[in-house]
Design a protein around this ligand. Structure first.
Ligand SMILES: [Zn+2]
Length: 376
């Protein structure tokens, strides 16, 4: 067998319950993937990431090709062994970070030429080299190299950008080395234009990828425009392949996107917020730096099973952030990832039970009630 299996375990409206079976184990979907930019989910040991229920970790091609270098990672046994994550790893293509971080970028038909944001050294990324680098990293899931269309874009700009990405997708597919249990995802582009999304989906499905990502969203278009774009895109994708919404999002974004047929997500939000003292909880977002927590001797979220909630008080977490202690970001990242995984587990159970809409409504209702210290 080449590629990997994606089992349909149930459906509730457009929401899907699935299981991805790969060379590096299985992942239950809908799934939230933790972002491990430079070969580490920041502030977390691999064991701590596993304990949150996370089954897939992301690696960033741009960062890893610059440091420590793809060949170094390969020589160290691949990304799984290097970072002690034997589970599923998805790597991005590097294209998005080149556009957001690198200096002196130049795009042409062949690819992107850029200078490293670290030392100014010159590099070239093409569909072929991006695919080869992801192969050297030993990514379970390789992403096609594309251009993330900036927002806003005119129809003409979005069409030209999307068509370039589709030509690159064909070259990425040709460069991909099929192996049992490994796969490659194509990325649908086309900004917020339904006709362009349809053209892109048709071009990609003709290439027969193992999964399909929806890119170019969560770039400033707003939640409603994102949902509207999903409404016209997910029905055009094969039902027997996983669908991945890139770079999304808040827990509310996840629920709304699951309802529209998305299976996989990644976002820096829970990990980045955890490092700055912001907690996602069943009662909404709390800022642990706030003085109101200084004397609260109770768990951050009594409904959460994570280490931070089971063993520590809000007052202690507040103290750690006030003192800039490393344990603060470690505990709060653990909590935020755990909370995201709790939301996803609840979504999976609700889809199986045919009550996803009620689950999403109840979860949103609890967020909007807020965190009243007298009601918990
Ligand atoms: Zn917790």
């Amino acid at each position: 067998m080449t590629g990997f299996a994606f089992h349909n375990l149930g459906q509730d409206g457009a929401a899907r319950r699935g299981r991805l079976v790969t060379a590096h184990g299985t992942a239950e979907t809908p799934a939230f993937m933790a972002v491990g930019t430079a070969g580490t989910v920041k502030a977390m040991t691999a064991d701590a990431v596993r304990a949150t229920g996370t089954e897939i970790v992301l690696g960033n091609t741009y960062h890893l090709m610059l440091r420590p270098g793809a060949e170094r990672v390969r020589a160290l046994g691949g990304l799984h062994r290097m970072m002690d994550w034997p589970g599923i790893i998805l790597t991005d293509s590097g294209g998005f970070q080149v556009m957001s971080l690198a200096k002196l970028r130049k795009i042409d038909e062949v690819g992107v030429t850029f200078r490293s944001h670290l030392d100014g050294s010159a590099h070239h990324l093409t569909p072929e080299s991006s695919t080869a680098i992801q192969n050297a990293l030993d990514a379970t899931i390789t992403m096609a190299f594309d251009e993330c269309t900036p927002f806003p874009a005119t129809h003409e700009q979005a069409a030209a950008s999307m068509r370039l990405s589709m030509r690159w997708a064909e070259r990425s597919r040709a460069a991909f080395e099929p192996r049992p249990g490994y796969g490659q995802f194509g990325i649908v582009q086309g900004s917020v234009f339904a006709d362009l999304r349809a053209e892109s989906a048709a071009a990609l499905t003709g290439l027969g990828f193992e999964g399909y990502a929806i890119g170019g969203l969560a770039v400033g278009e707003g939640q409603q425009a994102m949902f509207d774009t999903l409404d016209v895109t997910t029905p055009l994708l094969p039902t027997d392949r996983p669908r991945y919404l890139m770079g999304v999002g808040t827990p509310d974004d996840l629920l709304g996107s699951i309802a529209r047929g998305v299976d996989m997500f990644d976002c820096v939000m829970p990990t980045r917020a955890g490092r700055t003292g912001r907690a996602f909880t069943s009662r909404g977002i709390l800022n642990l730096r706030n003085a109101r927590f200084a004397a609260e001797d109770r768990p951050l979220d009594p409904a959460c099973p994570c280490l931070a909630c089971a063993r520590h008080s809000r007052a202690y977490l507040h103290h750690l952030f006030r003192c800039d202690e490393m344990l603060g970001p470690m505990l709060l990242t653990t909590h935020n990832l755990s909370y995201y995984q709790t939301v996803m587990r609840g979504a999976r159970e609700a889809i199986e039970a045919g009550r996803f809409a009620a689950y999403a409504a109840a979860t949103r209702d609890a967020w909007s009630q807020g965190d009243d210290r007298h009601t918990l």
